[in-house]
Write a protein that binds this ligand. Structure first.
Ligand SMILES: C[S@@+](CC[C@H](N)C(=O)[O-])C[C@H]1O[C@@H](n2cnc3c(N)ncnc32)[C@H](O)[C@@H]1O
Length: 221
């Protein structure tokens, strides 16, 4: 069963929210200045820390935070703008026309792992729909979120493997994985449990600057 995300935000019970942007994202933006360009979708943006980090690091971009929890989106919209960021309320599985084939990048952080694994192919379809052909998905994937008090089947976060990502995104889905590597930085409790994955939406058309110019690590198992 999916959590009632809106109720979590209303009660202020948001243990996933660390109060600042994702360390892997901040490190990546620092290492790849200018690489992230155009319109950037942040699905399941929560309170918007990552959206603001992108807007601050790349002020020419248009980052769009997207979430189905109205309380989260309202909190994002109350934050002072740091760039050209925007926030939209909506369901990733019912993307508005303005987010279909209009995005150059998707930044994924704790949305994929929050979604019931039975709907992961729907997630792949949604981000593929959001991206222009040739657009990029950069994501920090939570491989192993399990602890003594949180086991598989116990609700989100749900773990995954690189093999699963390859199958869902590249074999069945319209992506090619160009890099998969441990992130340069992470939250201490997620050390060794995450993988930073870069993938490109296949199809004709032009892409923004290739992140491969500075990141060439081959996907690993
Ligand atoms: C675990 S939280 C992570 C939030 C944020 N990325 C962070 O790390 O703080 C998952 C987020 O995904 C949102 N979400 C879940 N399913 C969604 C969907 N189908 N469409 C849009 N947002 C969704 C939830 O409302 C929640 O804010």
């Amino acid at each position: 069963m999916q959590p009632d995300w809106e109720a979590h935000y209303q009660r202020g019970e948001t243990p996933w929210d660390k109060g600042s942007a994702s360390p892997p994202l901040v490190a990546w933006l620092h290492a790849h200045p200018g690489a992230m360009d155009g319109q950037i979708l942040v699905p399941g943006c929560g309170l918007g820390h990552d959206v603001r980090a992108i807007a601050a690091a790349e002020p020419h971009t248009k980052p769009i935070g997207f979430d189905l929890a109205a309380t989260a989106i309202t909190a994002c919209q109350r934050q002072p703008a740091v760039g050209h960021e925007q926030y939209l309320l909506g369901d990733l599985f019912d993307l508005p026309a303005t987010l279909q084939k209009t995005c150059d990048w998707v930044w994924e952080h704790t949305c994929f792992c929050a979604i019931d694994p039975a709907h992961r192919d729907d997630y792949v379809r949604a981000v593929a729909t959001a991206l222009k052909p040739g657009g990029w998905l950069l994501g920090i994937f939570y491989l192993d979120p399990y602890r003594d008090d949180h086991q598989p089947g116990g609700g989100p976060p749900h773990g995954c493997t690189i093999e699963e990502l390859r199958t869902r995104f590249a074999t069945k889905g319209p992506f090619r994985i160009t890099a998969a590597e441990p992130p340069a930085a992470c939250y201490p409790e997620r050390d060794g449990r995450e993988l930073l994955v870069t993938m490109q939406r296949t199809g004709s058309g032009t892409a923004t600057q290739s992140p491969e110019a500075t990141s060439t690590t081959a996907p690993t198992s």
